[in-house]
Design a protein. Structure first.
Length: 87
């Protein structure tokens, strides 16, 4: 990630429904990502920006402690991913 401008990155927590539609989307800040990145030991970068990471229900409580405004809706499967913002 050394060659990526971290100021040009954004992140989303996405809840997918059974029809593979994004039914719940929440934007995340760099500070929020830094507060939860250690919950994903298999990550390949410090900012969770180079892959999509599954968020199993076992992590919901820990993520809510770090980012209290987040919610997880029943029946959805969640992922966190980074993306390059449009400039």
């Amino acid at each position: 990630m050394n060659d990526i401008d971290t100021e040009a990155l954004g992140w989303e927590l996405i809840g997918w429904d059974s029809n593979e539609q994004a039914a719940h989307v929440a934007g995340l800040s760099r500070v929020e990502i830094l507060s939860i990145r250690d919950l994903f030991p298999g990550r390949e970068d410090d900012l969770l920006a180079t892959a999509v990471h599954e968020v199993p229900p076992a992590l919901y409580s820990a993520i809510r402690r770090a980012i209290p405004h987040l919610e997880f809706r029943e029946g959805l499967e969640y992922q966190i991913g980074g993306f390059r913002l449009s400039v």
